[in-house]
Design a protein around this ligand. Structure first.
Ligand SMILES: *Cc1c(COP(=O)(O)O)cnc(C)c1O
Length: 406
């Protein structure tokens, strides 16, 4: 494969030319079951008629005018997002990392205009992922991603995940905020306990800190609620969104309470493309469908059904699957053999998935998936596990003796 694309991705030699619901058609004509969804982006699958109609109608009217003028489509989207969440204000960008940059800037500015400029440090957690721009990378704290890119951006204190005593000890008079993902997606589909999130909320309240949730991956229905925080009993002050918000069109958003946003006055932040008419049309169309409680209840139901089937697979193939994790349709299998082998086996089954940290394969179907398609996925996962069980037998493993599944 030779290409002029900067080689920062170890790409699979596979390209797709069209999509339809949860199915992708490769350039060689093969059809794949999409359990990646562009990494939690295509919530409504591919070529959803409502999305196609909304984008097409907007494309014929107006794409972009800049933020120097009012953008009614964006005012409408912001109003809807605020009605559906804790927030009073929304700032639109084009990606998840930009959304998190806005969250970070806003939290520092809040402390500054509250007369506490020394409060500019932010507590983050190991295994989190917040994006690839320099501040978001420093918040992420992954040494592999930071190496060679010069000095780490100061002002982040990274702590072990789930250790509330460590958080208490790390809070100083310089702490401004805490950033957490309700479910760590890239970090291996690790569901953060509600108790831990509640304890973070209390620490923030007691110490005058802002609580920031990174819902870039969990937001917009993925976990069975519009936002994952909604079933934790904990409300953040600031929240980052992106991935599924545009259903495949690039868009990010930073949502905040009026109090948290009080320092963000004219001139303090900006974006050329952020919130343009085309992006707003895409996101409004996504919300038309995903924000419906009946749709979200279906995501929950399908998530439970899928999780149950995955648990059966884990029981049958203990030498292959160590653990089933996740909420809603953000599912993960912690593998016994290297996760890359599972991703490859599933691709051989014409099902695409994506690896995460902690040796986990993420299973992220479009939220519109049917029960039948879940059944089809389960069959393919069983086949992949059967082959891996043969390659990695363990004594007393019935699947290894049987050899293959029916
Ligand atoms: C993907 C992701 C990001 C970064 O989003 P980009 O659009 O790639 O910049 C940030 N936070 C979380 C939790 C993510 O999953």
């Amino acid at each position: 494969m030779s290409s002029h694309l900067l080689p920062t991705y170890a790409r699979v030699d596979l390209a797709f030319e069209r999509g339809d619901g949860v199915w992708l058609t490769a350039t060689d004509g093969r059809r794949f079951l999409d359990f990646t969804s562009g990494v939690a982006v295509n919530a409504l699958g591919h070529a959803h008629p409502h999305m196609v109609a909304a984008i097409t109608a907007q494309a014929g009217k107006l794409w972009h005018t800049s933020n120097l003028y009012r953008i009614p489509e964006g005012e409408r989207l912001a109003e809807r997002l605020c009605e559906l969440s804790f927030a009073d204000y929304v700032f639109f960008q084009n990606s998840g990392t930009e959304a998190m940059e806005c969250c970070i800037k806003m939290a520092r500015k809040y402390q500054y205009v509250s007369g506490k400029p020394e409060r500019n440090r932010i507590i983050t957690f190991e295994g989190a992922f917040h994006g690839r721009t320099l501040a978001a990378l420093s918040a992420t704290g992954n040494k592999k991603y930071l190496e060679g890119f010069g000095p780490n951006m100061p002002g982040f204190d990274q702590l072990p995940f789930g250790d509330i005593e460590a958080v208490k000890k790390a809070i100083t008079p310089e702490t401004a905020a805490i950033i957490a993902e309700p479910v760590m997606g890239e970090g291996g589909v690790r569901v953060v306990s509600h108790e831990f999130l509640r304890a973070l909320r209390k620490l923030c309240d007691d110490n005058g800190l802002l609580l920031i949730f990174d819902e870039v991956q969990t937001g917009i229905g993925r976990t069975g609620d519009l936002f994952a925080y909604q079933h934790t009993g904990v409300t953040p002050d600031i929240m980052g969104l992106a991935k599924a918000l545009g259903g495949g069109f690039p868009i990010g958003a930073c949502l905040a309470t009026a109090e948290a946003a009080k320092g963000m006055t004219p001139g303090t932040h900006g974006s050329t493309f952020g919130g343009n008419q085309l992006a707003m049309a895409a996101a409004n169309a996504v919300l038309d469908i995903v924000a419906d409680r009946a749709f979200l209840d279906e995501v929950k139901r399908k998530g439970l059904l899928f999780k149950q089937r995955l648990a059966e697979i884990r029981d049958r193939f203990p030498s292959v699957v160590a653990e089933v994790r996740g909420e809603g349709l953000l599912m993960g299998l912690r593998m016994v053999p290297p996760v890359g082998e599972m991703v490859d086996e599933l691709r051989n089954e014409q099902m695409i998935t994506v690896a995460a940290g902690d040796n986990v394969v993420r299973l992220l179907p479009p939220l519109i998936i049917s029960d039948e398609e879940i059944g089809e996925a389960v069959k393919r996962i069983e086949h992949a596990c059967a082959r891996l069980a043969q390659a990695h037998p363990r004594q007393g493993d019935p699947a290894a003796k049987q050899g293959a599944v029916a």
